[in-house]
Design a protein around this ligand. Structure first.
Ligand code: HEC
Ligand code: HEC
Ligand code: HEC
Ligand code: HEC
Ligand code: HEC
Ligand code: HEC
Ligand code: HEC
Length: 265
């Protein structure tokens, strides 16, 4: 299953059959036992405050196996498109920080870490299946290094890190696509990974006739409802569905031109 996940989230064609070797662990010889806790745990883990070994192992430090032992089978997490990748991941601390105090949720999404984990799993898989240094991951890592040296991010478009650039955004975010696929699958053409809003964006004027180029009408507009309700409410019996501008303002879809706010029911 793992190679499927990686092929999906990384925007590269991976037609390699791989035998998965053991995954690398955090091999730093931590001396955490002798250290004081770096800070209070999050509210969710507060009950583990006295049980350091619930998450830490003397040899490997924070042990993902221990996190997984308590958190496997979280169906809502695995069924939700953006977080479904949890099914195939064996690193946790890259995005789940701890000891930040009870008021801090222990999550910080880091897309660069996500890409690095995917590439590392890919590298491990290739190492197990062929000569080291010959695989696609080497080309990818080389490409990332080159990208890092080059300028990226043109004016107005938020720049991705070179690692982020290998991610296929729509795999995890298609369900959040406000544009009904009208703008394609490559969200990163216009969006960065920190937030969906784009500070530079100025919406076209309410006098624009191009609304339908950027907006998809709801299914009800292609059914009897359009003639029976929409056209009547707007007082535009002859308007075609594609002439959004005849009935709509740019404020909100319920702000109907020359009518005002339309309240359902
Ligand atoms: C719920 C799981 C959990 C428990 C319980 C927990 N820790 Fe941690 N700890 C973490 C995570 C996750 C990190 C990594 C935090 C980061 O990278 O920001 C961490 C980091 C640390 C670090 C910094 C070194 C390192 O590995 O990054 C120390 C020291 C530490 N913990 C000590 C403790 C002690 C002492 C206790 C018990 C009093 C404890 N921890 C209990 C999850 C836990
Ligand atoms: C002994 C069991 C146990 C261990 C070990 C454990 N957790 Fe948890 N964790 C819980 C419980 C219980 C909750 C609160 C209820 C829930 O969300 O399932 C929780 C909550 C969470 C949450 C949601 C918190 C929030 O407020 O959004 C995250 C994320 C999480 N754990 C990640 C981790 C990670 C990463 C590790 C390993 C460093 C870890 N957990 C280790 C039991 C555990
Ligand atoms: C690339 C970043 C990343 C990695 C790596 C990662 N997670 Fe998450 N995780 C997230 C994000 C983002 C969320 C969603 C948090 C939210 O909704 O606020 C999440 C949610 C969770 C939740 C559900 C919290 C809740 O509110 O129910 C748990 C439990 C969890 N992760 C555990 C883990 C464990 C265990 C690992 C390691 C096997 C892991 N995560 C690895 C980013 C990551
Ligand atoms: C493997 C899944 C995955 C991939 C691939 C991915 N993301 Fe995300 N992204 C997440 C998760 C998980 C979150 C945390 C928010 C959540 O849980 O919904 C997130 C958060 C975001 C946010 C912030 C949302 C907010 O309101 O806080 C933006 C913006 C974003 N991603 C853009 C992108 C872009 C652009 C790409 C492609 C370069 C991309 N993502 C690739 C999983 C992914
Ligand atoms: C051609 C450029 C373009 C592409 C491609 C694109 N978007 Fe957008 N998107 C925009 C613009 C412009 C906005 C408005 C930003 C604003 O109001 O700040 C926007 C807004 C959004 C918003 C709402 C932001 C908010 O909170 O108001 C989401 C969510 C979103 N896009 C998701 C996606 C996803 C997911 C993809 C890929 C499947 C994608 N977009 C592809 C240009 C684009
Ligand atoms: C160049 C592309 C473009 C054109 C042309 C355009 N819009 Fe938009 N519009 C967007 C984007 C991008 C957003 C923000 C993402 C979203 O909510 O769909 C947006 C947001 C909106 C919203 C707010 C949606 C909400 O739920 O907050 C309304 C209403 C709207 N547009 C109406 C119109 C109307 C009416 C026209 C024609 C007069 C029009 N738009 C022309 C791109 C465009
Ligand atoms: C004949 C006038 C008319 C035209 C043309 C029209 N609409 Fe509407 N639209 C309405 C009215 C009235 C409502 C609110 C009542 C309803 O659901 O019919 C509405 C509701 C909506 C809603 C909100 C639906 C909901 O479920 O909340 C969206 C989104 C929308 N229109 C988008 C569009 C887009 C995009 C276009 C152009 C491609 C368009 N409309 C063309 C009159 C129109």
């Amino acid at each position: 299953m793992r190679w499927v996940w990686i092929a999906l989230i990384l925007g590269v064609a991976l037609l390699i059959h791989v035998a998965w070797g053991s995954l690398s662990h955090w091999k730093r010889a931590e001396t955490w036992q002798r250290l004081a806790s770096p800070g209070a745990l999050s509210a969710a883990h507060a009950s583990l405050e006295a049980t350091c070994v619930a998450c830490h192992t003397s040899v490997t430090g924070v042990d993902a196996v221990k996190c997984i032992a308590c958190h496997a089978n979280n169906t809502s997490l695995l069924q939700r498109q953006p977080t479904a990748f949890h099914a195939d991941i064996t690193n946790c601390r890259e995005c789940h920080v701890e000891h930040q105090g009870v008021n801090q949720r222990p999550t910080n999404m880091v897309h660069t870490a996500l890409a690095r984990i995917g590439l590392q799993q890919l590298a491990d898989a290739e190492k197990a299946s062929r000569e080291p240094g010959s695989g696609i991951h080497v080309q990818l890592l080389h490409w990332i290094e080159e990208q890092g040296k080059a300028e990226h991010g043109s004016a107005g478009v938020p720049s991705l890190t070179p690692e982020e650039a290998v991610l296929r955004c729509a795999t995890c975010h298609a369900n959040e696509d406000r544009h009904f696929r009208l703008f394609g699958e490559d969200c990163a053409l216009c969006h960065g990974t920190a937030r969906w809003t784009i500070a530079e964006f100025r919406h076209p004027s309410a006098r624009s006739l191009d609304c339908a180029q950027c907006h998809q009408a709801p299914p009800s507009h292609y059914m009897e409802h359009f003639r029976m309700v929409s056209q009547r409410v707007a007082g535009k019996p002859h308007a075609q569905v594609n002439q959004c501008y005849l009935c709509h303002q740019t404020t909100a879809w319920n702000d109907i031109k020359e009518v005002g706010w339309y309240k359902h029911h």
